[in-house]
Design a protein. Structure first.
Lengths: 709, 314
């Protein structure tokens, strides 16, 4: 379908666009000479790390830049009309009618004090000239189109009454009301849970096909691009590095940066024992200090002296496949060397028989529901939030336990209970055979140091007033008794261990990048020489290349120090990569536990299966089973009776799931699942899935608009 | 919303109860003996004792307090110790005067304050914004006795446009009193005008930056529609609350302004009561002021709840 549109006039034709921001430090040239085209019915994915200029480019296309943004040159043609020459009044007629935007954060993008229906209806009134009742009807119709259950009721609700996934549906409905020719989607699924993301991506895919709009899809997630785009442009520090069809770019990448990005992403079918993730050394250059030649040269494994002399132009190596690498013939000729940047390693460790260093038994954490701030008080009964409801797990030296589940399932509360930041309502934590008091304040120092934690957001967990040396040295001073010089020496060693230069000792957190801050946080945790390290979403807030480097670092440190890890994440691929043992959490309980290799291949528990099928995989040829969970995780105040997962389970058996708690079944030795469905049935189901996947031919068209499995 | 209201109402009743205890205790602790004050310096011991029994001053303090609160609720506020007239009608006529002044001041500062704030926010960092910000800063920092005296000096005495003295006749209607209300109302308004303008400006700027306003523009809505429907509704939320709470201050707290202009309002009556150690007047005025404060707080809460769906439907 994509080849046919080449001859027609593209819907969006960006030519040589340059955008800059006026700052105190002078003009920052955020987007430089970018050209791209999107035809009717096509989805163009724009990928790149943060700071690559993708969002600025999109804002320039719709001419909605921040006040200090300037478009320095180029043309933005929408159906042949240059938008940059339109008057503000004409532009307003284009907005909403011909171009619609689906933004990144649904929660903040819907007006909190206007009902949902009106926010859609006003678009219909302004652009379609509809009367009030007709526009309202149109709003209901749009809500229906985006698969909103009970549109009449939802139309009368306010933003705070809907979940993030529902709000994103509302914004998509809003954008499609006028059937615009061009949709700009700026990371529309980034803040959502992986299961919700999958549902929204399906919806976007289906609607784009139905409406035949052109779409510019901005994301940092290569898996999402592979799933829904036909074309992809890889941006780096304000310029396009490579552009082509999904097949071309994912299967025969012609730029080392693209190959690097692909190599960074952990895969669900390979763990740390098989591959070491590729990492791109260094960081995106600052826009006011761009290198002279190829801007990627300082980080490129192929760079040679000639690369630093002149900026390589984008060349068309195949029809509509462009790369800005001057060494592309070598990349092409010797693809074998570059195709798999992920090195194979083999370091499989056996499950040892030695006793676990950490054992958590029957942990429960109930909170008083503080729900709505103002509705409290008068009625006496306080409902309980059962955040963690009887979870037991253990961790052994040298091994990593991955804890997986959607947001709101209790992963973080569990971690905080183990560390003692939350006082568990019930249950006990044993560390190296010693029982730990529930509250961290009552734990003896000698035990405190053995249990360390790395938090999700290093901005919040590092004191902005303390230097790196203070931060890393603090646990050394507090938990050991060593002299000043020894502390500094040890700090330097720790910095080296986390691959930061020793000169960073005197820096303050704000002088570090996000990845560097997280390295400091890891160094601080290791300073105490913990026997157990708990990582709560340590990489979620970071770019893919930085994520890969941190995952590698954690793997290396564990190999050297032999600590046990608890690794909490909603990113299944990352968990699969780093973990030896995986536990699946839902609504405060465990549902499946087992060795990492067995939990995902094949997934036995219906919840695991759904999580796995939701992961966007950066390979257009991969055909995933399409299991989708409806709705969001129920509130932990009203936990469904029987099996807690029955309200969303795609493989629900019948009434037994609603009334009886499911039994634990042993799949294979240590691999156990908690489900009513007999094991044989589950095995058969997975065999069928595999068979269908094998028998269906691997279609050569991009996965974007193909029908799902 | 029902629960929210019930909670706020309960909270306000509790506040008033607490305030009544404090007022009662303070008036008890004031130097001087009530019976002595009423009977005069030369009264005999027998007369004093008789008076104390009549007034119930021999009873335990708690009983006296409960008696006072009970009488207050049913409208028996006692007689002024200095003028001998009933406290209730006296306080009420002063309350009426205060309300007239407050109403006019309210008109003088709320609409212009909001307008200035919104204009400043829309023209952010431009000359007009800087001008508005500077002027409102100056107004906020200007005490009423200064602005009041300046107004009297220039407009009343200098230009002779309006009377300098605002001691209106008791029972004068709003129209009759109007010329004498203008200057004190302006004096009161200036401080609040600056405050409302600054508050509106900052909340409008905040809302203009939100994602939903960006989306509203990108939906192609006309500018005025974005402004009135998407921006102001959210931006004025904090302003409305502050303005509603300001009602209490306007009616009960204008002591200085009323003194400067000689205006017979509630504040002046309270000052008079304190000067003459008129316990009955002090108690009555204080309770009325407390009540007005509480009610205006309640109004602010209700308005906030009505305008904010998170609370209305929470």
């Amino acid at each position: 379908m994509s080849a046919a549109t080449n001859d027609q006039l593209p819907i969006l034709d960006v030519q040589d666009l340059s955008v800059a921001y006026a700052t105190e430090a002078g003009m920052l040239h955020t987007v430089r000479h970018v050209s791209l085209r999107v035809g009717r019915g096509e989805v163009y994915g724009l990928v790149g790390e943060s700071g690559s200029g993708k969002t600025t480019l999109a804002s320039a296309v719709v001419r909605y830049l921040p006040a200090n943004g300037r478009i320095l040159g180029g043309r933005v043609l929408l159906n042949g009309v240059n938008l940059l020459e339109l008057s503000p009044a004409d532009m307003r007629r284009v907005w909403g009618a011909q171009i619609a935007v689906v933004p990144q954060s649904p929660r903040t993008s819907v007006n909190p004090s206007i009902v949902i229906g009106e926010q859609i209806a006003e678009v219909a009134r302004v652009h379609l000239g509809m009367s009030r009742p007709a526009a309202w009807q149109k709003a209901l119709d749009m809500l229906h189109q985006v698969g909103m259950p009970d549109p009449e009721a939802v139309a009368l609700r306010y933003a705070h009454q809907l979940s993030g996934g529902m709000l994103q549906r509302v914004l998509i409905a809003m954008a499609l009301t006028t059937n615009p020719q061009l949709l700009i989607m700026d990371e529309p699924t980034t803040g959502l849970d992986v299961t919700t993301e999958a549902v929204i991506l399906d919806l976007i895919q289906e609607l784009l096909q139905r409406y035949q709009s052109a779409a510019l899809y901005i994301t940092h997630n290569l898996g999402v691009v592979a799933r829904i785009c036909n074309w992809v442009g890889v941006m780096y520090a304000g310029e396009l590095m490579e552009e082509g069809s999904i097949q071309d770019v994912f299967k025969c990448a012609m730029h080392p940066y693209t190959l690097g990005l692909l190599g960074c992403v952990p895969r669900v079918d390979a763990s740390k024992h098989e591959v070491r993730l590729y990492t791109i050394p260094g960081y995106i250059p600052r826009l006011d200090q761009l290198p002279g030649g190829c801007i990627f040269a300082p980080r490129c494994m192929l760079a040679e002296a000639a690369c630093q002399e002149q900026r390589p132009p984008l060349v068309e190596v195949n029809p509509r496949h462009l790369t800005a690498c001057r060494r592309w013939p070598e990349v092409e000729a010797d693809r074998g060397r570059f195709v798999r940047f992920q090195e194979r390693v083999s370091s499989a460790r056996q499950m040892s028989d030695e006793p676990p260093v950490l054992e958590a038994q029957g942990i429960k954490k109930y909170f008083k529901s503080t729900g709505r701030m103002f509705s409290l008080g008068l009625s006496g009964k306080m409902p309980m939030v059962r955040a963690v409801d009887d979870i037991s797990l253990s961790a052994r030296r040298n091994l990593t336990v991955g804890i997986v589940g959607e947001s709101g399932c209790g992963k973080t509360t569990l971690a905080r209970c183990i560390v003692g930041l939350e006082e568990a309502t019930a249950g006990e934590v044993m560390l190296e055979g010693q029982r730990l008091p529930a509250a961290v304040t009552r734990r003896p120092r000698a035990l405190l140091k053995k249990l360390q934690m790395v938090f999700q957001n290093p901005d919040a967990s590092l004191n902005p007033q303390h230097t790196v040396a203070d931060i890393i040295g603090r646990p050394l001073v507090l938990l050991g008794n060593i002299g000043k010089e020894a502390v500094l020496e040890r700090c330097a060693a720790l910095l080296e261990a986390v691959n930061l230069p020793v000169s960073y000792l005197n820096r303050l957190p704000h002088e570090l990048s996000g990845g560097e801050k997280q390295r400091v946080a890891i160094a601080r945790a290791f300073a105490a020489q913990p026997s157990v390290l708990i990582c709560d979403e340590p990489i979620s807030a970071l770019d893919v290349s930085v994520q890969a480097a941190l995952l590698n670092l954690l793997v290396e440190l564990q190999a050297a120090e032999g600590n046990a890890y608890l690794f909490i994440s909603h990113d299944l691929a990352a968990v699969r990569h780093i973990s030896d043992w995986i536990v699946i959490v839902y609504l405060g309980r465990l549902w499946e536990v087992g060795p990492a290799a067995q939990v995902f291949a094949p997934p036995m528990h219906p919840y695991t299966e759904a999580l796995l099928s939701a992961i966007p995989i950066p390979d257009p040829d991969v055909r995933q089973e399409r299991i989708r969970l409806s709705g969001s995780v129920p509130s932990a105040v009203n936990i469904p009776p029987g099996c807690r997962f029955h309200t969303r389970c795609p493989r629900k058996l019948g009434p037994i799931c609603e009334s009886e708690e499911p039994p634990w079944q042993s799949v294979d030795g240590q691999h156990r699942i908690c489900c009513h469905i007999p094991l044989d049935t589950l095995c058969q189901l997975q065999k069928d899935v595999l068979d269908t996947a094998r028998s269906s031919p691997c279609a050569p068209t991009p996965a974007g608009l193909g029908s799902g499995v | 919303m029902g629960r929210y209201l019930a909670r706020r109402l309960g909270f306000i009743l509790f506040t008033m109860l607490l305030a009544s205890v404090i007022i009662f205790v303070i008036t008890q602790l004031m130097p001087g003996d009530v019976a002595q004050m009423i009977a005069g310096r030369w009264a005999t011991q027998e007369a004093l004792a008789k008076l104390r029994t009549e007034l119930g001053l021999n009873r335990p303090v708690v009983v006296q307090y409960l008696d006072w609160v009970g009488r207050f609720i049913v409208g028996d506020w006692g007689k002024s110790l200095t003028t001998g007239s009933e406290a209730l009608p006296l306080v009420m006529s002063r309350l009426r005067n205060s309300a007239m002044l407050a109403g006019l001041a309210f008109l003088f500062y709320v609409p212009p304050g909001i307008l200035l704030g919104v204009v400043a926010a829309l023209k952010r960092d431009q000359l007009i914004d800087q001008l508005i910000t500077a002027v409102s800063m100056a107004f906020v920092g200007l005490p009423e006795f200064v602005s009041g005296l300046l107004l009297i000096a220039f407009i009343a005495l200098g230009l002779g446009w309006l009377p300098a003295n605002s001691s209106i006749d008791p029972g004068a209607s709003f129209v009759e009193a109007f010329p004498q209300l203008i200057l004190p109302a302006i004096a009161v308004s200036l401080t609040s005008l600056g405050y409302v303008a600054r508050m509106t400006r900052s909340s409008t700027i905040e809302v203009l930056r939100t994602d939903y306003v960006r989306i509203a523009y990108l939906k192609g809505l006309p500018r005025h529609q974005v402004l009135f429907k998407h921006v102001l509704r959210n931006a004025l939320l904090p302003t409305v609350t502050v303005v509603a709470m300001g009602i209490g201050w306007l009616i009960g707290g204008l002591i200085v302004t009323e003194a400067v202009f000689g205006y017979p309002g509630l504040g002046r009556l309270l000052v008079y009561g304190i000067q003459r150690r008129d316990l009955i007047l002090i108690q009555a005025c204080s309770m009325v002021i407390i009540t007005i404060y509480s009610v205006s707080n309640l109004v602010a809460d209700i308005l906030y709840g009505l305008l904010n769906p998170r609370i209305r439907l929470g």
